[in-house]
Unconditional design. Structure first.
Length: 135
């Protein structure tokens, strides 16, 4: 009985030793993991800093390009405005000439006179009466 207890104690000691070695390997593994996670965090931080610097460079590049385009457009519009020649203003008392100077009803009546031969002819209303009704 004592031998079996001693054997059990010995096996318990061996088990305890194996548990200690296992816990040591786990702790060294966790140290390795923490080192790895620290290196991953450092790499992520470096990548983030690089991305931020690239984004800032892109923003600056786009801003300078837009400013350049705006300056070019402003310069072109100034050139266009200065190169335009304006027609002289009409003299005072001189009527505006041309077809569009007449009011709409006058223009319509003129087209009816040409078409039907009479300014009061409703031939434009009744197309089957080409000469309309004469008053």
């Amino acid at each position: 009985m004592i031998k079996s207890i001693a054997g059990n104690a010995d096996s318990l000691g061996t088990s305890a030793n194996s548990l200690v070695s296992l816990s040591q390997s786990i702790s060294s593994g966790s140290d390795n993991m923490s080192e790895r996670s620290c290196s991953v965090a450092a790499a992520a931080e470096e990548m983030s800093a690089n991305m931020n610097s690239v984004a800032a460079a892109n923003v600056n590049m786009v801003a300078s390009a837009m400013e350049e385009m705006n300056a070019t457009v402003r310069e072109q519009s100034k050139r266009r405005r200065s190169s335009k020649t304006r027609p002289p203003a009409p003299e005072a008392g001189r009527p505006i000439q041309g077809v569009m100077a007449a009011p709409l009803w006058t223009r319509l009546a003129g087209s009816f006179i040409i078409k039907t031969g009479s300014s009061v002819s409703p031939g434009w209303i009744f197309p089957w009466m080409p000469c309309g009704i004469w008053f």
